[in-house]
Design a protein around this ligand. Structure first.
Ligand SMILES: [Zn+2]
Length: 81
């Protein structure tokens, strides 16, 4: 419950984007990309490029994302504080 956000880095000063989950108003910190060719869900740093196969997620949702059955989750970022 405590929102001890220890440093969300906005290096370029660009506007932050919200989590793409409905009803979630947290700031997105990671980008989720579905790589259909490899049945892979890739979680990486927040992308500045808008991609139709990408979803911006807040730390909470990025952490507890679930991949479809048979899919692999690849994480490029550590969201643990
Ligand atoms: Zn969220």
């Amino acid at each position: 419950m405590s929102g001890a956000h220890a440093g969300v880095r906005t290096s370029d000063g660009s506007s932050s984007r919200p989590c793409s989950k409905v009803a979630c108003t947290d700031e997105a910190v990671a980008t989720l990309t579905y790589v259909y060719a490899d049945s892979m869900v890739v979680v990486g740093p927040l992308s500045m490029v808008s991609d139709p196969h990408s979803y911006d997620l807040c730390a909470r949702h990025a952490e507890r994302l679930s991949a479809p059955q048979g899919w692999q989750v690849v994480r490029h970022v550590s969201l643990a504080g």
